[in-house]
Design a binder for this molecule. Structure first.
Ligand code: ZN
Length: 274
């Protein structure tokens, strides 16, 4: 059936093609996309094209941004939305500002005094609906592997969380999910992590202790793990994994395990954070 929006989609795809060899390089740079089937691969590539048309990427001085780098960012931004349908999940912003500073490193990311936290604060108020996403470029470049760190997914999870109000760890759930169940599972895992850190601030927690900061950070950090270390998340908090699986409508653990089964040498998480 002909429709204007379909026609416009086709026209956009034709106007901004992604060369197969460029997409191939993106796939190689992003192990967290390994195991997607051909349909998902094409869907993701097209979603990247629309994303880059809809969002303005603003590199500050010191950030070199070419088409391939833009695609590298877009592919990570679109992975969480892969099975979420045509809803405009990223309607809460239209700009991504890229900082050259390398002070948000995977290590500093856990630090409660890091800039990312300040940014969350700025946007938890009235500006949340129109505020840009701010990403430190070195953090973007460090993302994409199966290592429990993904700055792009972390920040965009905050945006999903903010779709129904302030960031509080509760994004708009699907009709087949229950808010009470989500709240029970998330709260109990969050409380457990906090108890562990109260007991010993230097405890070797199974996920990044930054998740204990507040419920919004718990959702953002566990979303990061869901897409970049699903095995760690599942073994630490299986019920949290199941809730995120229902929310994102993806089974990242099954995808990772299939890769490992096909190739026993396939890397899992690096566990470099602890
Ligand atoms: Zn955060």
């Amino acid at each position: 059936m002909w429709s204007f929006s379909n026609w416009r989609r086709r026209r956009t795809l034709a106007r901004y093609p992604v060369a197969p060899e460029v997409w191939q390089r993106i796939r190689q740079r992003l192990p967290i996309l390994d195991g997607l089937d051909d349909t998902q691969d094409q869907q993701l590539r097209e979603a990247c094209i629309f994303f880059l048309q809809a969002k303005h990427l603003t590199p500050l001085s010191g950030v070199e941004l070419d088409d391939e780098q833009r695609l590298f960012l877009a592919a990570q931004a679109q992975l969480p939305l892969l099975n979420l349908g045509d809803l405009n999940w990223y309607q809460g912003f239209h700009e991504i500002v890229l900082y050259p500073d390398d002070f948000i490193s995977p290590q500093r990311h856990r630090d409660a005094s890091g800039i990312e936290h300040e940014w969350d604060g700025e946007h938890s108020g009235e500006a949340w609906q129109q505020g840009p996403v701010i990403l430190a470029w070195p953090g973007v470049m460090a993302s994409g592997d199966w290592d429990g760190y993904n700055l792009v997914i972390h920040e965009l999870a905050h945006k999903l969380d903010m779709l129904n109000g302030d960031a509080n760890g509760l994004p708009p759930l699907h009709g087949n999910m229950r808010v009470t169940e989500w709240a029970r599972v998330m709260q109990s895992a969050y409380d457990g992590l906090n108890r562990q850190l109260d007991h010993d601030p230097d405890a070797e927690t199974s996920i990044d202790p930054y998740a204990a900061e507040d419920p919004a950070e718990f959702f953002a950090v566990t979303s990061e793990y869901f897409f970049s270390a699903p095995d760690l998340l599942h073994s630490a908090y299986p019920e949290v994994y199941e809730q995120l699986k229902a929310f994102y409508r993806q089974d990242t653990l099954a995808r990772l395990q299939a890769l490992q089964q096909d190739n026993p040498a396939y890397k899992g998480h690096h566990h470099s954070h602890h």
